[in-house]
Write a protein that binds this ligand. Structure first.
Ligand SMILES: *Cc1c(COP(=O)(O)O)cnc(C)c1O
Length: 435
C-alpha cells in the first residue's frame, strides 16, 4: 500500500515515510492509494475474534510493506490493552465508551499506535525524531502519555493557554522526560498554524527530523477504525436479532475519528449512516447544507476538544466520496449544537438514562437524536470520547452533582506543571533550535 498527497496525487510515500513526515511536502494530507475490502467471512466470524486479531486483519493491508505481522501484533497488544464497551441506554441507543485508556481520552489508541510505530522505526534507523503537535485538549495528554519514555523520540506539545481544562493541562505538562510543553498565548488554530509553518521551515527541518502527531498523521488516524469494528463485534448479535441498521454519531472537531469510521465502512463494515455532531464550530454542517466549504475562526465552547474552525481531515472525507457532495450526503449528515443545547442534553441523559456524559459525548447524543427522528429503524451509537471528569467543572455545574475522580487523575493533579510560554512563531522556532 502506498499513500499519496491529496493535493498532488503524484507525490507518493510508503507507510513509514508518511508516518515520519506526517504531512506531504506540498502540505497535502496523505491518503491510502486504495481501500481494501475485507472478506465477508471476517464479518461473519467477528464475534469469535479477539481485539488484537481484529486489529491485525484491519491494519495489516495499510502497514504490511513496512511492519511484519509479528511487529504489528506487538504494536496492537500494547495499544489495545483496555476495554471499549458499548453501554446500552435504550433499545435504540448505545454509548461507545472510548475513555478507558491511560489518559481517559479516545486519542490514546491512535497516539499509542503511532508512538509504537515510531519507536520501531527509530530503533531500526537510529535517527532521533521530534514529534511536534498542537492540541486543543485531549491530543496533548494522549500523545504525551503514548510517547513517554519511547527511545529516540522527543515530543513538543503546543497548547492554547487557558483554553484547555485543568486536568488536560496537567496531563500534558507534568510528565517530564522526553515530553516538553509549550503554552501558547493564542487559540488552537494559532497553535496548529505554527506547527504547520515549522514543518515547512528548512532552517528547522535541516536541523531536526520533525514529525506530526496530530490526527492528520496516518498512524494516528487509521487505527481509530478499530473502535467501529470492535463496537460492531459487540453489537452484532443484537443487530442480527432486531434487524436494525447501525448508525454512528461522532462528536467531531478535526474529523479524524469519523473519517476513520468511514474508511471502516469502505472496507465493508455494515454501517448505514455516519453523523458528524459538532458544537458551534459548524463549517462542515454548513457545507452539507449549502455545498460551499468556508473555513472560519474557531469559537470557544464547553466541548473544547472540538473547537476547530478548519477541520484538517475533512479533505479526506471528500476524497473518499469523489469530492461529490451528492455522493457524500447519501451516507453522511452533519449537525451543529450550541452549548445550552449540550447542557440540556447532559441533564436529559442523566435523568432519562441515569448515565453521565461529558460535553463531547452529549453533542454526539444530540446528533443521534436528530438523525433518528426520521430514521426510527436504526440502532444508534454515539461515541463518548472523554471521561466526564476530564471536563469536571462544567459537568459538575451542569448536573449539580460531584463526580468521583479516578485514581489515574488524582495522581496527575498533584504534580507540578512545567511549560514554556511562547506567543508567536519565532518563540517556537527559538525553542526548537536551541534544544
Ligand atoms: C479530539 C476529540 C474529539 C474530536 O475528534 P476529531 O477526530 O478531531 O474529530 C472529540 N472529543 C474529544 C474528547 C476529543 O478529545
Amino acid at each position: 500500500m502506498e499513500y499519496f498527497s491529496i493535493d498532488t496525487p503524484s507525490l507518493k510515500a510508503s507507510f513509514k515515510e508518511a508516518v515520519i513526515k506526517g504531512i506531504a511536502p506540498d502540505k497535502g494530507l496523505y491518503y491510502p492509494d486504495h481501500i481494501p475490502s475485507l472478506d465477508p467471512s471476517f464479518f461473519n466470524q467477528i464475534e469469535s475474534l479477539s481485539p488484537v486479531e481484529i486489529g491485525l486483519e484491519v491494519m495489516r493491508p495499510f502497514t504490511q510493506d513496512i511492519l511484519s505481522k509479528s511487529d504489528l501484533k506487538k504494536v496492537l497488544e500494547t495499544v489495545l490493552d483496555f476495554e471499549f464497551p458499548v453501554v446500552p441506554l435504550s433499545d435504540s441507543i448505545g454509548s461507545l465508551e472510548l475513555f478507558h485508556g491511560p489518559t481517559l481520552a479516545f486519542k490514546d489508541v491512535g497516539a499509542r499506535f503511532m508512538a509504537q510505530c515510531l519507536g520501531l522505526f527509530s530503533e531500526k534507523n537510529q535517527a532521533p525524531v521530534t514529534v511536534l503537535v498542537a492540541t486543543s485538549g485531549d491530543t496533548g495528554g494522549a500523545v504525551a502519555n503514548g510517547f513517554l519514555g519511547v527511545e529516540g523520540v522527543e515530543v513538543v506539545i503546543l497548547y492554547p493557554s487557558g483554553k484547555v481544562s485543568p486536568i488536560q493541562e496537567k496531563q500534558l505538562t507534568t510528565l517530564g522526560q522526553n515530553i516538553k510543553a509549550l503554552e501558547v498565548h493564542g487559540s488552537f488554530d494559532d497553535c496548529q498554524k505554527m506547527v504547520k509553518t515549522a514543518f515547512l521551515d528548512p532552517e528547522i527541518t535541516d536541523y531536526k527530523q520533525l514529525t506530526s502527531a496530530n490526527s492528520i498523521n496516518v498512524a494516528r488516524w487509521l487505527p481509530q477504525m478499530l473502535y467501529y469494528f470492535l463496537a460492531y463485534k459487540t453489537l452484532k448479535p443484537s443487530l442480527d436479532k432486531s434487524g436494525k441498521e447501525l448508525v454512528f454519531s461522532v462528536p467531531s472537531g478535526n474529523f479524524g475519528n469519523i473519517c476513520a469510521g468511514m474508511v471502516a465502512r469502505e472496507m465493508g463494515l455494515p454501517v448505514s449512516h455516519f453523523i458528524a455532531a459538532t458544537n458551534a464550530n459548524k463549517v462542515v454542517p454548513n457545507f452539507m447544507k449549502n455545498g460551499t466549504y468556508k473555513a472560519e475562526k474557531s469559537v470557544a465552547t464547553i466541548s473544547n476538544a472540538m473547537d476547530v474552525g478548519d477541520p484538517s481531515n475533512f479533505v479526506r472525507i471528500l476524497q473518499m466520496h469523489e469530492n461529490e457532495h451528492g455522493i457524500l450526503e447519501k451516507g453522511f449528515s452533519a449537525y451543529s449544537f450550541s452549548d445550552p443545547q449540550t447542557k440540556k442534553a447532559m441533564r436529559a441523559i442523566e435523568k432519562e438514562h441515569h448515565y453521565t456524559t461529558d460535553p463531547h459525548g452529549a453533542v454526539g447524543y444530540l446528533g443521534l437524536l436528530e438523525y433518528q427522528k426520521n430514521h426510527p429503524n436504526t440502532y444508534g451509537v454515539f461515541l463518548e470520547t472523554a471521561h466526564p471528569v476530564k471536563f469536571l467543572e462544567v459537568v459538575e455545574e451542569t448536573l449539580g452533582k460531584t463526580l468521583t475522580i479516578p485514581k489515574k487523575i488524582v495522581e496527575v493533579l498533584s504534580k507540578q506543571k512545567q511549560a514554556t510560554k511562547i506567543s508567536d512563531y519565532q518563540g517556537l522556532k527559538r525553542f526548537l533550535m536551541q534544544e
